[in-house]
Design a protein around this ligand. Structure first.
Ligand code: F6R
Length: 605
């Protein structure tokens, strides 16, 4: 949440920072701002709304600056306006912040008691850190020490990037929030960001400082140097160096109108790529072999949002195929449930970004309890990647659309590969399933006009109930989430059999039932659909093309071919919800890639 980019070097810093922020805009887009050093003066430019507003403002200025920090905001404290946008600054230093200062009020009172006067310009918790920095800097006249002392006083997960007018340097410090630093190949430029993705093509050496380490990148006589310090000022060895970011790529929309659509269309290739890596590539084979060597007594899965729903799908594999009891927890609830963890259990953390604060907090608890940890994860090098015992990377590439699509599919597939290998399925058995899946998804993608037509017949309805049974229940939950997120309509996911226990009261002719009809549980599912039809609900069924009863009872019947698919029918059906939500959102004219109020990579708890 919140994109951060800092730059120091010979290029015009505005260009580099805006390019980085553009790549990170999916992390927050309520407002954006930059602070730049121009002729030794600190200038601030901020604009409410999407990054384009800031870009238009900066276009009118003729800025020549070689040092600056920038930010795209996802509001936590203080409403969305220019004042609350970052950076926050005095005439001597500026900061950008990602995270929450939980004791900001307490700190404000402390500064008042100390009679430190500070002219607050915003309602943000972030600016309290600036006031604190000002307080300590005035006390000891040392920027590094002031950062350390100020940072020691704040509670909560945060990352700050900072600079001052006096030193040709940029600084950062963080705790349980992502920060990455980089130097260009010829070490003439330095970068700091909240995401390595912003540094692709700019930085060749990537550094990951640990928590409570201050990083200083300095430029002197045309060369940059990078140094790490503990909060009390002594040099620190606590960082990790990665030689290159070349294995990362910058995602482009290409011929697609939205990243979301592009990412839905990437799925067949990605399924092949993932299967190929874990079944045919020596490295992939070894990784999967290692993590399936011992059979856990019990498995606990922690995740949030779409990744949580992928967890429910994976629970289905682990219980059906492996008969291993599996709990799936919302990561934000896990800590408060007094979970029972035993040695011999395995904990799995599912995440696209690897930076989700709640998921990371649940990991911390598992580590304290000494249980084995495994990730199912997209972003290599992320905090989750570094903190677990083993990683199963889902190899989805950058997911830019804020609503997750391809990552969900890859997470489920990774869970299937793990479960199948744990049960010694042969490669042929696995491949016969995944080949069919690819072929069927390809078929959906070749006939999207069918889904567009269904979208046009339902997009004006007021409410949507997504229903499913068995392994299609998590798909119903995920389908409803997708529609809510990008089309801003009320949608709920329910187990088909649960409707009659309450929600059926909502049904009238303004409601749509999107019913996922798993082939193995078809009769009972049809009965539930009939109950909604009898109450004038509009029926969209997603089921096997050979089922004439579905044909008869549906207002719209989206025909799938479930033949020769045993385990991945849910993953296959889910592609229909991805496209249905997409086309409904398009008809409603929402901002599909950057839906309101959301941000990707939720780094606050
Ligand atoms: C929904 C969505 C979110 C994420 C959730 C967890 O489309 O993207 O619900 O799934 O915020 O994020 P990760 O997977 O990065 O941990």
């Amino acid at each position: 949440m919140c994109g951060i980019v800092g730059y120091l070097g010979s290029r015009n810093s505005t260009d580099v920072i805006l390019e980085g922020l553009t790549r990170l805009e999916y992390r927050g887009y309520d407002s954006a701002g930059v602070s730049l050093i121009e002729n030794d003066e600190l200038e601030i430019y901020k604009k409410e709304g999407k990054l384009n507003n800031l870009k238009s403002l900066l276009k009118k200025k003729k800025i020549q600056s070689h040092r600056g920090i920038g930010h795209t905001r996802w509001a936590t404290h203080g409403e969305v306006n220019d004042f609350n946008a970052h950076p926050h600054a005095t005439s001597d230093y500026s900061i950008v912040h990602n995270g929450i200062i939980e004791n900001s009020q307490e700190l404000k009172e402390f500064l008042m008691k100390e009679k430190h006067t500070f002219n607050y310009q915003s309602e943000t918790d972030s600016e309290v850190f600036l006031a604190l920095l000002d307080y300590y800097f005035k006390k000891n006249n040392n920027f590094l020490h002031a950062i350390g002392e100020a940072f020691e006083s704040v509670r909560g997960n945060s990352a700050f990037v900072l600079m001052n007018t006096k030193e040709n340097a940029i600084y950062c410090v963080k705790k349980s929030a992502p920060i990455v630093c980089g130097l260009s190949e010829n070490i003439t430029e330095g970068f700091i960001s909240s995401d390595p993705y912003a540094l692709v093509g700019f930085a060749d050496r990537i550094y990951f400082p640990e928590d409570n380490v201050i990083t200083k990148i300095e430029l002197s006589s045309g060369e940059t140097s990078i140094n790490f310090y503990e909060l009390h000022g002594q040099e620190s060895p606590r960082y990790r160096l990665q030689e290159s970011s070349k294995n990362l790529e910058v995602s482009k929309k290409g011929q697609f109108e939205h990243y979301m659509l592009k990412e839905v269309f990437e799925q067949p290739i990605l399924i092949r790529k993932l299967t190929d890596f874990y079944l045919n590539d020596e490295i992939g084979i070894e990784i999967l072999k290692k993590v399936t060597k011992t059979r856990p007594k019990m498995i606990h899965i922690m995740a949030c949002g779409t990744a949580y729903y992928a967890g429910l799908v994976i629970k289905g594999f682990l219980e059906d195929i492996n008969r291993i009891p599996t709990n799936v927890y919302l990561a934000s609830e896990f800590r408060y449930q007094n979970p029972i963890l035993n040695s011999g259990d395995l904990t799995i953390f599912i995440s696209q970004s690897g930076e989700t604060a709640d998921t990371l907090a649940s990991l911390e608890l598992c580590k304290v309890n000494g249980v084995k940890t495994l990730s199912i994860l997209n972003v290599e090098g992320s905090t989750l990647y570094r903190e677990v015992d083993n990683n199963l990377l889902i190899k989805a590439g950058p997911e830019i659309g804020v609503a997750s699509t391809k990552a969900f599919t890859q997470m489920c597939l990774m869970g299937f590969l793990f479960s199948a290998k744990l049960e010694n399925f042969s490669d042929e058995q696995i491949l016969s399933e995944t080949h069919v899946l690819v072929e069927r998804i390809d078929h959906i993608l070749q006939s999207t006009d069918i889904i567009q037509n269904v979208a046009s017949s339902i997009y004006r309805h007021q409410g949507f109930l997504f229903t499913g049974r068995g392994n299609h229940f998590p798909i119903a939950l995920e389908g409803a989430l997708k529609l809510k997120e990008i089309a801003y309509v009320h949608a709920e996911g329910y187990a088909s059999g649960e409707l009659k226990h309450g929600p059926i009261a909502l049904i009238d002719d303004t409601m749509v039932n999107v019913a996922f009809c798993p082939p193995n549980l078809i009769d009972k599912t049809i009965s539930n659909v009939q109950e909604i039809k009898a109450r004038q609900g509009f029926i969209v069924t997603i089921g096997d093309k050979s089922n004439s009863e579905l044909e008869r009872i549906s207002d719209e019947f989206i025909r799938l071919d479930f033949s020769n698919l045993e385990f991945l029918t849910g993953v296959y059906s889910n592609v229909i919800s991805q496209l249905l939500s997409y086309y409904i959102a398009k008809l409603k004219g929402t901002d599909i890639d950057k839906p309101r109020n959301l941000a990707k990579s939720v780094t606050v708890e």
